[in-house]
Design a protein around this ligand. Structure first.
Ligand code: ZN
Length: 243
């Protein structure tokens, strides 16, 4: 508890906090991880629905997964206390940017105004041929008629605006993320196991540039030894205590 009080004081005194978030914060809203248990989710193989080579070969597999699993979850989930706490810290004037590995749009829904989405967003659907964008609602309407859904304008195949396994992160987005990390005075890493590179490099860059680093995660991470604070607990429990 002393640790949390000291962290709360540091957060209040920080001028330009960057939050870096991963799957753990979304899991607390009820979004299963790839290895989520039970029901329809296990009917689909992540090495197929999350892979670009498989998508190009058989886009219907992804779109069936999206229709059966992803879309019903996205329609139902809400930002949790951790998302809302990050928005509160922004509102208080201390937090500048959220960098996230998540693709669910929950930070924006919580009110966060500056969100860098390293892996894109599943809430935007894009035509592979003409780049026309669609909302997930529009894509779902199309899915009810046809799988895979096709572009209204050019009949190209639609894809989610996410980074599949086998694709590179957008270099401009990555550059923005590194720049934000390098210029912050406090990096708050939340719900990420900090093992997926290059994304996990971001908290380390901040630390090396002189920022303080706090890690809030259920399990230990490879960066724990360089962090100023390590709190192994649920983000929705810890973050409301430090705002
Ligand atoms: Zn098109």
């Amino acid at each position: 508890m002393d640790n949390i009080k000291a962290l709360a004081t540091d957060i209040q005194n920080a001028q330009s906090i960057v939050a870096f978030t991963g799957a753990g914060i979304s899991a607390e809203s009820g979004i299963p991880t790839y290895r989520g248990e039970g029901g329809l989710w296990t009917k689909y193989d992540p090495s197929k629905y999350a892979s670009i080579s498989y998508f190009l070969q058989n886009p219907s597999y992804y779109w069936n997964f999206f229709k059966d699993v992803r879309y019903p979850i996205l329609k139902k989930v809400k930002p949790n206390k951790a998302h809302l706490a990050l928005f509160e810290i922004e509102n208080a004037g201390n937090l500048k940017t959220v960098i996230t590995q998540n693709i669910d749009g929950l930070h924006q829904e919580a009110g966060s105004s500056s969100v860098i989405e390293l892996h894109g967003t599943t809430r935007t659907i894009i035509c592979m041929d003409c780049s026309r964008k669609y909302t997930i609602g529009e894509a779902f309407t199309k899915l009810e008629r046809q799988i895979p859904p096709l572009c209204t304008k050019c009949s190209g195949i639609l894809r989610p605006d996410v980074v599949f396994f086998g694709e590179m992160l957008d270099p401009e987005i990555l550059r923005d993320a590194y720049a934000a990390a390098a210029s912050c005075d406090f990096l708050l890493a939340v719900g990420s196991s900090l093992v997926v590179y290059p994304a996990a490099d971001i908290p380390l860059r901040a630390k090396q540039a002189g920022a303080k680093l706090a890690i809030i995660n259920i399990d230990s991470t490879p960066l724990d030894s360089v962090a100023d604070y390590v709190i192994n607990d649920a983000a929705g429990k810890v973050l409301p205590l430090i705002t």
